[in-house]
Every structure is written in structure tokens, then in C-alpha cells.
Design a protein around this ligand. Structure first.
Ligand SMILES: Cc1ncc(C[n+]2csc(CCOP(=O)(O)OP(=O)(O)O)c2C)c(N)n1
Ligand SMILES: [Mg+2]
Length: 325
């Protein structure tokens, strides 16, 4: 691999972010998704949406350890990853509404929303589909001689996908700066993941000699601290790393999922709301800034949702424009 450029610390290299800022970012994700659910239930959004409510600490804790020029690839549950990586709520809403103003001109929608301007390489409708994309992006970072890194979010359902193994192998072999982030919520669509996968992510990482960390995925500070640590090592040229975040999918697999399969099933996860937990901790310091932040975030999301509601609808004649290069 190309040698990294000299290790002078760039001034956009993330430092530990205070809890209040992490809370603001989680709230932005949560408010955007609450608004998306409302619009979906009003029939205003084409296709399906998969919400990450309850899992915000993973998206925020990880991306807060990244620069704008670092890249992330995502999953079918990708809105939070995009917002946390720096997408503007208005851009997200336009894209998911299928509007021309979206960063993919409305062609990506919820399942393939991408915004390269902030390093969001895309949500992905294929389980595990983002993983090799992140490895390719890490290869590009290395070939260009930068110390940018690449991250990929995937669910525990992707642990049963062969593409993960090939990607981890290649990243380890070439010492590529990829952070493999498993969002372990115990569910793979409508089935408990333990009915589909016999191993563990820890053992898998060990197979490829990839350093592995396990964190409480509902504790944003824990996710952030572990991510800063691993990303720092990756920037120093130490190759890929693996982070497993234990979390809870609060809602159904998709918005509107009746969840009959979940009835009477004891969820193995504690129902800890990452936002409530962060807020409780912040309140012990001072409650003034919290309320101010909540008011500002809600106003921002409201304004964005209203603007996207009157966005430009696609024109049929242009359907194939921008699709072929
Ligand atoms: C290759 C592939 N197989 C099956 C599906 C159908 N499918 C959609 S989501 C999902 C499970 C996802 O579980 P996980 O990866 O843990 O993510 P979570 O939904 O829990 O966030 C499946 C099997 C798919 N989209 N792609
Ligand atoms: Mg899952």
C-alpha cells in the first residue's frame, strides 16, 4: 500500500466531543426520523423506510470520531448515518421524498440515500452491501496517500453474509483503514439473529487478526471513546478495526411493520433510550442549554420538512438522466 503522508495532525482531526454536542447530534437524527415516520404514514414517501430510533448513539458516537473527508457506507437503516456524518436534514428529506433537489436527485430515496459531499457513500438495500464499498473507499484513501479512513455500519444480520468475511480478509491483508461497525440489535429482519448465525463478531475479527472492541451501543460516550481510539490507530497506519455496539431496535423492521413475530418474545436487550440516558446525565450539570438545543433542533427539522414537502417532483422524461455514466 502507498505510504501515508507525514503524520502532522490536521486541524480537522476530531477531538473528544462533549456530551452536549453528542446529544444534539442524536436529537437531530431522532427528530428527523420522527418527522419521516409522520410523512410516511401520511402517504407522502414512496417505498419503505427503516428507522434507527433507539440506535442513534452508534451513528453519532462513531461519526463524531471522523472528519468530513473520511467516508462511511451504510445499511437499509441509514438515515441516522447520513445525518450524523453531516447531511443537512433538508437534503435528506428531499431525497427520501423523491424530490429533484435531493443529493441523488430523488433517485436514491431512503434505501440508497448518499451524499458524497459529506462522505456519506450511501445507504444500501442489500444486507452487507455497504461493506465492500467501504473497503474500496479505504483503498482509495490509502492509494491517494491520505490518512483519511473509511467506516462501515452493518447489522448483526450481515454477520451471516460471506461478503463480510471477504472484505475483512482483504482489509486485513492490505492493512486498509476500515472501521467495521456492527450494530447488534439482536434482530435480522423478522428473525432473532441467533437463529441465523452461530458465531460471534469477536471470533470473526480474531480470525483475521483485526482488533475488536465491544461497547454498550446505547451509551454514546462509550461508542465515541472507543471509536476515537480505533480511528486514531487506523490513521496511524495500523490497519482495520472492528467495533461491536449492542443496541435495541425500538420500532419494527420497517415503518408500519405489525411485528407479530415479536409478540410474547422477550427482547434480550435492555430498553435503554440513548437520548434519555444522555439527557439525564446532562441534567445533573445544567438543564438550561438542553432545552435551548431541543428548541433549535426541532425548529431546524420543522423548517426542513416543510421545505421538502413542496419540493420539485421528478419529470418522467428525465428518469434515466444521471443513471448512466
Ligand atoms: C442480501 C440480502 N438478503 C436478504 C435481504 C432481506 N433483508 C432485508 S433487511 C434484513 C435483515 C437485516 O438485519 P440486520 O442486518 O441485523 O439489520 P437491522 O435490520 O437489524 O438493522 C434482511 C434479511 C436483503 N435486503 N439483502
Ligand atoms: Mg439486526
Amino acid at each position: 500500500m502507498a505510504k501515508l503522508k507525514s503524520a502532522a495532525v490536521r486541524d480537522d482531526t476530531p477531538q473528544p466531543l462533549p456530551l452536549i454536542d453528542l446529544y444534539r447530534r442524536m436529537l437531530l437524527v431522532r427528530e428527523c426520523e420522527i418527522r419521516l415516520a409522520e410523512r410516511f404514514n401520511d402517504g407522502k414517501i414512496p417505498g419503505f423506510i427503516h428507522l434507527s430510533i433507539g440506535q442513534e448513539a452508534v451513528a453519532v458516537g462513531v461519526t463524531a470520531a471522523m472528519r468530513k473527508t473520511d467516508t462511511v457506507a451504510s445499511t437499509h437503516r441509514g438515515h441516522g448515518h447520513g445525518i450524523a456524518k453531516g447531511m443537512a436534514p433538508l437534503d435528506l428529506f428531499h431525497e427520501i421524498s423523491g424530490n429533484q433537489e435531493g443529493p441523488c436527485r430523488g433517485r436514491g430515496g431512503s434505501l440508497h440515500v448518499a451524499d458524497f459531499s459529506v462522505g456519506m457513500l450511501g445507504a444500501n438495500g442489500i444486507v452487507g452491501g455497504g461493506i465492500p464499498i467501504a473497503v474500496g473507499s479505504a483503498l482509495a484513501h490509502a492509494r491517494l496517500g491520505t490518512d483519511n479512513i473509511s467506516g462501515v455500519f452493518f447489522g448483526d444480520g450481515a454477520l451471516a453474509e460471506g461478503v463480510l468475511y471477504e472484505s475483512m480478509n482483504l482489509a486485513a491483508l492490505k492493512r486498509l483503514p476500515v472501521l467495521f461497525v456492527c450494530e447488534n440489535n439482536g434482530w435480522s429482519e423478522f428473525s432473532p439473529t441467533n437463529s441465523q448465525y452461530v458465531g460471534t463478531f469477536e471470533k470473526l475479527a480474531g480470525t483475521f487478526d483485526i482488533p475488536y472492541r465491544l461497547v454498550d451501543g446505547n451509551d454514546v460516550e462509550a461508542v465515541h471513546a472507543a471509536s476515537l481510539d480505533l480511528v486514531g490507530q487506523m490513521r496511524a497506519g495500523k490497519g482495520p478495526a472492528a467495533l461491536e455496539c449492542m443496541t435495541l431496535r425500538v420500532k419494527g423492521h420497517y415503518e408500519g411493520d405489525p411485528q407479530a413475530y415479536r409478540k410474547g418474545v422477550e427482547d434480550s436487550r435492555e430498553a435503554t433510550d440513548p437520548l434519555a440516558a444522555a439527557r439525564k446525565k446532562l441534567e445533573t450539570i445544567s438543564s438550561g442549554p438542553i432545552v435551548e438545543i431541543e428548541t433549535r433542533v426541532k425548529a431546524l427539522v420543522d423548517t426542513a420538512a416543510q421545505a421538502a414537502a413542496v419540493g420539485t417532483r421528478p419529470v418522467f422524461e428525465e428518469a434515466s438522466k444521471g443513471v448512466y455514466a
